[in-house]
Design a protein. Structure first.
Length: 190
């Protein structure tokens, strides 16, 4: 992995080590939880998230069975972030909207609050196009999600455990640390 090699190189050469990494992370794509989040926690790195509402996909304006708002892209035109499972995306959006409705806030605020509360995440980069969107996004800093709400979002947005992690979970549980087992169990139950 490039991040750990760069940290090792800076240590070996007596250089200043970097303190943060800027990565894509959202409820639509939680891939970084497999390696980059654990590395960040282990190495004391902050995570600066870009596109935390997945280019607007998680804002609540894209809903299953409804046309996209005028002037917006259609889901079929999305290449970044890539949408690998449209049904899972819409299920995640519905959960964001439901939790937002319970708090009287937007789905975007819920998506941002979810990430702000994640380990090692130090900040998120929002791409608001209007003052209204910016004000809404900033409201996420005041939103506290309950453990149950975070659990609902974790469950609906869970991604399959990739290889070699599913294999390690099946064959190496007697040799893994409790932190590794917790991470694997979370992925396997989803």
């Amino acid at each position: 992995m490039a991040t750990d090699k760069a940290l090792w190189t800076s240590e070996r050469e007596g250089l200043s080590r970097f303190v943060s990494q800027q990565v894509y992370y959202s409820l639509q794509a939680r891939d970084i939880e497999n390696e980059l989040v654990p590395l960040s926690i282990d190495q004391g790195l902050g995570i600066l998230v870009w596109s935390p509402i997945a280019g607007g996909l998680l804002s609540g304006k894209y809903r299953r069975g409804l046309d996209a708002p005028a002037g917006s892209r259609h889901l079929s035109e999305w290449d970044e972030p890539p949408v690998h499972d449209e049904d899972k995306l819409y299920d995640t959006i519905e959960e964001l909207v439901a939790i937002g409705d319970d708090h009287g806030v937007s789905a975007a605020q819920v998506a941002l609050a979810y990430l702000i509360g994640k380990p090692a995440v130090t900040s998120v980069i929002v791409g608001a196009r209007t003052e209204e969107q910016l004000a809404d996004n900033l409201g996420s800093a005041e939103l506290s999600l309950s453990e149950a709400e975070v659990g609902r979002l974790d469950a609906v947005s869970a991604q399959p455990l990739p290889y070699p992690y599913w294999h390690q979970a099946n064959t190496s549980s007697d040799r893994l640390s409790s932190a590794d087992l917790t991470l694997l169990a979370r992925h396997l139950k989803n």
